[in-house]
Design a binder for this molecule. Structure first.
Ligand code: WT7
Length: 659
């Protein structure tokens, strides 16, 4: 990207918050004023929502930037805050987790039961020799034991590192090695798409390849056969037999809570390190504010996997610290059928739903008639996270899921930010479809040009954060240098300029509209340079998805002799659309013209391909890099993180017909 991003689309629809929600909202517009007047005092107030064993002496120590210390001198126990205190307050019988297994089995876990399990797991880990500061890997399906394992680690000050259950031996082994973990907590397997899928063999191989693991704790979930080594212990023969009480000791506010690996576009995965006091303060506050959680009446459901940061912050730490009742689902959205999500919403009367654009677009593709069959009247707040949500997907979510009643909060954040940073507040913000709107109270985001100058309203550029925030990553595990280079060296003091301001570069492009609302435009690596204009793939994708025949689209810039890069689009038509022969050709022309009309001729794709699927990572992000390889007719690069390895064959073979 040279200077700024073109600002092509213009969205005029706007939805004010429902009056009743606004009148009873947890957080009002006053929060922005308070935080604006004194940011640190604002965060100190939010920290007081937690129980501290020892109060902090200083809210923020930024004397050694960009290494932040929040709530310096404070001490607390995270598990105590997420579990014990709710039981002590008389809410022991309240449901913490309504768990739904993929095959249709279910379990209910109350806060008292959660306390017992977490205490037992803490006792077992201690018996296995785990002490504060040790690292514990967690490689589990979406079962309550995943939350129990994380909380048990937090309770004894062990640093957990959750690895998504779909990851390979290589991925697990690299992470075990990097973290030098002592224990792995896993299961025999989990259910996926109606079948048991094994986890233990992956662990066995990863443990054999590495040196640090002393014990493996195995939950029995599927009952499938497992090989057994001398390091293995069954969860039900240890944890479930252990003492049921455990005295939680407080830890320093900056005690390491977890490492979560995120794979960058290049190089080995980065171990993002989060600590205790600031992380819990911001996850807890944002969960309360952004979802307007009323713990007495709401049923909350975040559909993420615990292996992603969304699962950490908005299944475990945020909701449980707030004493929420939540749904946890083990499986896929189309098992046994495509109505599964809506059946779960109906069954548990879910009132707050937090999911990802990739899922919303999949549901759009499956058809409006599916959600229409279910009673979704319990829903009152809808959330989105993970990618820019196209205006049309946003509108579909509002219409077919929210039934035009519920506000949508599009929440921007990252593994690195730990908690939500940019989002509407459901009782305050008049939302625009496709915009994450504004930074939350206490957060300083901005959009800047090459020179770190703020772009005016109407302009586009790089998304940055100008002030430290409580749940920020503290470093990359074992690699302070990479931490500095990756996030702090592009702009401000860290770039070697004369500036004294430390500016965090998020890696995303964004624009500010005429009202100052923020529109996320995807990773800057995905920006295309067409005839000297920086064009965001997100905007072209949204224009395509706004056509009634399109369910999903991915856009890449391919090398072009005349324009530098040319826009190539891969498009999934909606279910009922005719795409064979001439009808397909006509649709392609119509779509090219549609983009040209919507965004201007500069954004007209050179080529559009109609495809059945798109290559996605296991967390649902489109792998544009692979599509670029296809568009430029190169052999495919690394495909190991693909969710479904057959997708690329499908796309490559379909290429000749759809041109
Ligand atoms: C990247 C971070 C945050 C938890 C899940 C992803 C993209 C995330 C949004 C959003 C536009 C978004 C960004 C960001 N992203 N949320 N609401 N609108 N883009 O965590 O894997 O660390 O990915 O996801 O590109 O940088 P992650």
């Amino acid at each position: 990207m040279s200077e700024t991003l073109e600002n092509l689309s213009s969205e005029t629809r706007q939805f004010p918050p429902p009056a009743e929600l606004a009148a009873n909202a947890n957080v009002t517009a006053e929060a922005y004023e308070q935080a604006g007047a004194d940011r640190l005092a604002f965060w100190a107030t939010q920290a007081e929502r937690l129980v501290w064993a020892k109060k902090w002496d200083q809210v923020l120590d930024w004397s050694n930037p960009p290494f932040a210390k929040w709530f310096v001198g404070g001490e607390l126990n995270i598990a105590y805050n997420c579990v014990d205190r709710h039981v002590e307050a008389g809410n022991g019988d309240k449901v913490a987790i309504h768990w739904e297994g993929e095959p249709g089995d279910s379990r209910t876990v109350t806060y008292s039961e959660l306390l017992t399990s977490v205490s037992q797991a803490a006792n077992t880990l201690t018996d296995l020799g785990v002490v504060a500061g040790d690292r514990v890997m967690i490689y589990l399906p979406m079962i309550p034991e995943a939350a129990v394992a994380m909380l048990a680690c937090a309770r004894i000050g062990a640093t957990h590192s959750v690895v998504f259950g779909g990851f390979s031996v290589d991925a697990l082994a690299t992470r075990i090695q990097d973290a030098a973990a002592k224990v792995v907590i896993t299961a025999d397997g989990g259910y996926r798409r109606g079948k048991p899928s094994a986890l233990k063999p992956t662990v066995d191989e990863a443990v054999a390849r590495t040196e640090s693991i002393e014990h493996v704790l195995v939950v029995r979930r599927t009952g499938q056969d497992v090989a057994w080594t001398e390091k293995d212990k069954w969860w039900h023969e240890t944890v479930e037999q252990a003492g049921t009480t455990h005295d939680a000791q407080p830890f320093d506010a900056e005690h390491p809570l977890f490492i979560l690996y995120t794979s960058g576009t290049t190089g080995k995965p980065k171990g993002i390190l989060h600590t205790t006091g600031g992380y819990l303060t911001q996850t807890s506050y944002t969960h309360h504010a952004v979802f307007d959680l009323k713990p007495e009446t709401d049923v909350y459901w975040c559909t993420a996997d615990i292996g992603w940061v969304t699962g950490h912050s908005y299944i475990v730490y945020g909701p449980l610290s707030n004493g929420a009742t939540q749904v946890m689902y083990e499986g896929t959205p189309d098992t046994p059928d495509r109505g599964r999500f809506w059946q779960i919403v109906d069954k548990y009367k879910v009132s707050i739903l937090y999911t990802a654009p990739t899922l919303i677009r999949t549901m759009m593709k499956w058809g409006d008639d599916i959600p229409a069959k279910y009673d979704l009247s319990s829903l009152r707040v809808l959330g989105s996270v993970g990618e820019p949500i196209n205006p049309e997907a946003w509108m579909w979510y509002r219409e077919h899921v929210g039934r035009e009643r519920t506000p949508i909060v599009d929440t921007w954040w990252q593994t690195e930010t730990g908690a939500i940073m940019i989002s509407p507040l459901p009782g305050v913000t008049a939302t625009k479809p496709g915009s994450a709107m504004t930074a939350l109270p206490g957060i300083s985001s901005d959009v800047v040009d090459d020179q770190a100058q703020s772009v005016p309203d109407g302009g586009g550029g790089f998304l940055v954060l100008r002030e430290p925030w409580p749940s920020m990553l503290r470093t990359i595990w074992g690699d302070d240098k990479r931490f500095l280079e990756t996030y702090w060296s592009r702009f401000g003091a860290g770039s070697g300029s004369s500036s004294t301001e430390w500016i965090y570069f998020a890696g995303d492009g964004a624009k500010k509209d005429e009202d100052g609302a923020l529109w996320l435009l995807g990773r800057v690596d995905d920006v295309m340079l067409v005839s000297g204009h920086n064009i965001s793939t997100t905007e072209v994708e949204s224009a395509l998805v706004s056509h009634p025949s399109v369910a999903e689209a991915a856009v890449v810039g391919a090398t072009d002799p005349t324009t530098g890069q040319a826009i190539v689009a891969f498009t999934i038509p909606r279910g009922n659309v005719e795409t064979e022969g001439e009808a397909g050709e006509a649709l392609i022309q119509e779509l090219r013209n549609h983009v040209s009309k919507t965004l201007g001729p500069i954004a007209k794709p050179r080529q559009i391909m109609l495809v059945a699927e798109l290559p996605k990572t296991r967390s649902g992000k489109i792998m544009r890099r692979l599509l670029r390889d296809v568009a430029e007719k190169r052999s495919l690069g690394d495909v190991t993180t693909l969710q479904d390895s057959t997708v690329m064959d499908l796309i490559s073979s379909g290429m000749n017909t759809a041109k």
